[in-house]
Design a protein around this ligand. Structure first.
Ligand code: FAD
Length: 427
């Protein structure tokens, strides 16, 4: 049997030990078949199992093989688009529902970690760092906006205050969210997978879904077997390919790259990020970074539209890291890797149902650690017949990328170039 290894990341090198999980051989029957063992699939599975459903997950590679095992580990609340934009798109009633849910994903992660005793280096505190006064003004209005939806824990920071939490001179101010934070993302996924299995769920690794037979009794076909289910949840996100063509038309896989330094030692680490918060800046193509449990710096940034793997990741990301922290010029980079997230044109998640029994959630466009955990809960609610929150997400409109499958990559790169030029020029 072919095995697909994890990319050579810091996370794979420091993963908690896990038992081997065999591929599906033959035919099985279940209530819900989930395609993909990232956070969307695992979170859905946990909520469904806790509510008495039988669940099987088919995973093409390994648990957390996709973005969930490769990401920056930043617990960033809310969505990749501001709630006022959502309000203008869907109206105040639906926006109210979506706005209220925007900080729930972070709470779900903490509940999971506590309930299932998941060892994933969970730390509280996330900083949004403003590089310009325009970005600071945006954070101020975002704070006011979130307060309207009941989220009052955000703290604005002036230039002096942000310098106390991050040793970078580039920022004019920022905003601190103590309900944000960071985790070892692969160990979170592996812990959630163990929790799924502790509740009787089954995870088949090395088991790609190669065809979905639609109809009243849908069937997921895999190379050596099939799963008959009452419901299917499609949770393959940027790694799904063309399994569900109507989803692929309105989303685009994009790559983003991450590097990890050698261990910095307690003292140097503390000078960079004394409170051990994670940081992301407010640029359109943003930089994000944090310390690991063993005091390395993990630094990510940049986007490759169309998800090609760049040849020399260190050459792309290290200069960004040194711009933020010139004091790291002699520090060695131990790991560099790439991962794919799924972009939609609106940058809002693509959620819905095909027919009566195939559900999907994908495309949270970069900020997905918290959203995917919330999505699992919302999908499970819908399968239990409580679809109000699911319908709020499903009502978000989605459009094909300009240029279609052929030209969406250059068109999007052009758009991003325009926005990053605006960031560089400060307007
Ligand atoms: C490098 C990087 C950094 C990021 N940093 C952050 C961050 O710091 N904070 C944040 O909020 N978000 C971040 N994100 C985004 C976040 O990681 C994702 O939004 C989230 O993990 C998506 O979870 P998912 O379960 O939907 O998809 P994935 O984790 O990608 O999981 C999909 C799974 O489905 C499987 N699969 C696909 N097709 C099939 C098939 N046909 N059959 C069976 N299995 C299949 C794949 O193998 C994969 O395991 C980052 C993303 C990347 C790539």
């Amino acid at each position: 049997m072919a095995t697909t290894p994890y990319p050579q990341s810091y996370y794979a090198a420091s993963a908690n030990p896990v038992p081997p999980r065999p591929a599906l051989q033959g035919e099985v029957e279940t209530d819900v078949c989930i395609i993909g063992a990232g956070y969307t699939g695992l979170s859905s599975a946990l909520f469904l199992l806790e509510n008495g459903f039988k669940v099987s997950i088919v995973e093409a590679a390994k648990v957390g093989f996709g973005a969930s095992g490769r990401n920056g580990g930043q617990i960033v609340n809310s969505y990749s688009r501001d709630i006022d934009v959502i309000e203008r798109t869907v109206g105040p009633k639906e926006a109210q529902l979506l706005g209220k849910m925007a900080f729930e994903g972070g709470r779900i992660i903490r509940e999971r970690v506590a309930k299932y005793n998941i060892q994933c280096d969970l730390k509280d505190g996330g900083v949004f760092a403003a590089l310009t006064s325009k970005q600071m003004g945006h954070l101020e209005s975002q704070k006011r906006l979130w307060e309207r939806f009941g989220h009052t824990q955000l703290e604005l920071m002036d230039q002096k205050r942000i310098r106390e939490v991050v040793a970078c001179d580039s920022y004019v101010g920022g905003m601190l969210d103590m309900s944000g934070g960071h985790i070892h993302p692969l160990n979170l996924a592996l812990g959630e997978a163990a929790a799924v299995e502790s509740l009787g769920g089954i995870i088949y690794e090395q088991t790609p879904a190669i065809r979905i037979e639609r109809g009243a009794n849908p069937v997921v076909h895999t190379p050596q077997g099939k799963v008959r289910a009452k419901f299917i949840i499609v949770a393959g996100n940027a790694y799904l390919g063309n399994l569900v063509p109507e989803l692929a038309a309105k989303s685009m896989p994009c790559g983003t790259q991450v590097i990890t330094t050698e261990p910095l030692g307690e003292e140097l680490a503390r000078t960079l990020l004394p409170q051990d918060y994670c940081v992301e800046d407010c640029n359109y193509l943003l930089d994000y970074y944090r310390l690991t449990g063993d005091k390395r710096l993990i630094f990510g940034g940049g986007v490759v539209y169309g998800a090609r793997d760049p040849a020399n990741i260190e050459a792309i990301i290290r200069p960004k890291m040194l711009k933020a922290f010139p004091q790291l010029k002699d520090v060695k980079i131990d790991f560099a890797w790439t991962g794919n997230f799924l972009l939609t044109l609106s940058r809002l998640p693509q959620v819905g149902r095909i027919g009566d029994n195939i559900y999907y959630s994908q495309g949270c466009s970069g900020h997905g650690v918290t959203y995917t955990h919330l999505a699992g809960k919302v999908l499970a609610e819908a399968l239990r017949g409580q679809a109000e929150r699911f319908d709020a997400f499903a009502g978000l409109p989605h459009y094909p990328f300009p240029g279609g499958q052929m030209l969406r990559v250059p068109f999007s790169a052009l758009g991003a170039w325009y926005y990053s030029l605006r960031d560089r020029l400060g307007f």
